[in-house]
Design a protein around this ligand. Structure first.
Ligand code: KIV
Ligand code: ZN
Length: 507
């Protein structure tokens, strides 16, 4: 049985998803979770892209132990130098060099002949290999590259010292059969192919990324590049949780395994959804809330008689912790910490104190506190508002809002900043949220515009909390804000302030 390497690119390709950018603290948290999950390689970023990217690769490389850490680089010496420098503290560094190889990219983007394309691969892989024994080479847009040229490219990369050769379906165009044939062709035609691990990196434009990755495994690929929740450019990348569970559940077909601790899939998915603000759809395979929910009477009957009638894997296999336990007003700190731990979050010290204080406030407003309420409290207090612990940022003190049909709303808003209250009264806006937004803008004196506003309920029931996610624009940059409350107006104001605090912390 072969062990397929899992190369996670959530922090690089995943972070390229619109709205998914993460700060350094969030990237380190995700990197630590990926190590615990058992991924073989963590692509931490593209070191040359920006000073922020460089710093995150360097810090991830510094903390990670147990997985390789990789930085992306174009076939350019300065890119490779930046990657080498950023990986200085990595215990197991990997440099990932890439160049586009397809005629479309060679002619229009690179303006390069096929011979120059091959020379660039030879010289840059040779250069990178001087600094690092673990070199991955990627032929960008490999699935639209002439097969003869691709074979020469792969052979050249391996001769120059590449230890992994990656065949990306950059635009998500290949069918599973085509991918199988392409990998099979490489195994049959490239003489030195067995000296390297063959990898795939498939995008999901036609919804086939997982299927093409599995087809590549059947043809002999030994590494899959993927992301948590399938994040990535455009429609995303192959989803880690789906491809791993397909290999595990259909071992009879793939005759392969991975090092992934599958019970950590759901907590890792939740963490990534929390820090990126990109929520997982309820019906998403493996990690969606409905992935194991059986609604129809016939299905429920079957499940009661024997779960295997409708379940091909168990919820606990992927890390869903089934519980009927509901917390409430009388639940203590230890019960909350225990529940949070089951949900994948270790709360202690100041963090536990903060979440417990908010939990108590919530319990006064809401009788039953469910797992999703606890997750939302953790998200709001630990991930989204970590700096609010020292009261140095803007927070909501009080609001008094007056709305009438056909009239402009009026609001008296009081915000706290560095322990001092500031009040503003305005009558403006085309609704209560707009009025709050305008009042906050004036009080905080920030030049922002609201790009997206989203509200949904955390659980069911009349006393459910409203969860508000917003995107704000400032100087062409987008900032995320998040908050929950049983009072949706309060949640909206707090989400806006959360985004403003992010802006101010970055400035
Ligand atoms: O999609 C792609 O081709 C990539 C490469 C850089 C591996 O992300
Ligand atoms: Zn990609």
């Amino acid at each position: 049985m072969r062990t397929i390497k899992i190369f996670d690119t959530t922090l690089r390709d995943g972070e390229q998803s619109p709205g998914a950018s993460m700060n350094l603290r969030e990237k380190l948290e995700v990197a630590t979770a990926l190590v615990d999950l058992g991924v073989d390689v963590i692509e931490a970023g593209f070191a040359i892209a920006s000073p922020g990217d460089f710093e995150s690769v360097r810090e991830v490389a510094r903390v990670v132990c147990g997985s390789s850490v990789c930085s992306l680089a174009r076939c350019v010496e300065s890119d490779i130098d930046a990657a080498v420098e950023s990986l200085k503290f990595a215990k197991q560094p990997r440099i990932h060099v890439f160049i586009a190889t397809s005629p479309i990219h060679r002619d229009y983007k690179l303006k390069m002949t096929p011979e120059h394309n091959i020379d660039a691969v030879r010289s840059s892989v040779t250069y990178a290999r001087r600094f690092c024994p673990d070199i991955e080479f990627s032929a960008e847009d490999a699935t639209r590259t002439e097969i003869d040229h691709l074979c020469r490219i792969v052979e050249t990369a391996i001769n120059a010292g590449a230890t992994t050769v990656n065949i990306p379906d950059t635009v998500g165009y290949a069918t599973p059969t085509e991918m199988y044939e392409r990998i099979n062709n490489l195994f049959n035609r490239v003489p030195n192919i067995h000296k390297a691990v063959v990898s795939v990196h498939n995008h999901n434009d036609l919804g086939m990324a997982v299927a093409t990755s599995l087809a590549a495994v059947q043809a002999g690929a030994g590494q899959i590049e993927c992301t948590i929740n399938g994040l990535g450019e455009r429609a995303g990348n192959c989803s880690l949780e789906e491809v791993v569970m397909a290999i595990k559940t259909r071992r009879d077909v793939y005759n392969a395994t991975t090092r992934i601790v599958t019970q950590k899939l759901v907590p890792t998915s939740r963490l990534v959804a929390t820090v990126t603000g990109l929520k997982v759809p309820r019906n998403k395979a493996i990690v969606g809330q409905n992935a194991f929910a059986h609604e129809s009477g016939i299905h429920q009957d079957g499940m009661l008689k024997n779960p295997t009638t409708y379940e091909i894997m168990t919820p606990s296999d992927v890390g869903f912790q089934k519980t009927d336990l509901v917390l409430g007003k009388h639940s203590g700190r230890a019960a909350l910490a225990d529940r949070a731990k089951t949900l994948g979050f270790e709360l202690a010290g100041e963090q536990l104190t903060k979440v417990f204080a908010e939990f108590k406030k919530l319990a006064d407003r809401k009788k039953n506190i469910y797992d999703d309420d606890i997750l939302a409290l953790i998200e709001q207090n630990i991930h989204e508002h970590p700096d609010n612990i020292d009261n140095n940022n803007w927070s909501l003190t009080a609001y008094n809002l007056n709305c009438q049909t056909g009239k402009e709303p009026s609001i008296v808003l009081t915000l706290c900043y560095k322990n001092k209250n500031y009040t503003k009264e305005i009558a403006a806006g085309d609704g209560p949220i707009d009025a709050i937004f305008l009042a906050i803008k004036e009080l905080t004196n920030t030049n922002i515009s609201l790009k997206e506003y989203n509200v949904q309920s955390v659980t069911t029931g009349q006393d459910a909390q409203g969860e508000v996610t917003i995107l704000i624009n400032k100087n062409n940059n987008t900032y995320r804000g998040y908050a929950v409350s049983t009072d949706t107006i309060e949640a909206s104001a707090t989400a806006i302030l959360n985004a403003i605090n992010r802006i101010q912390n970055e400035e």
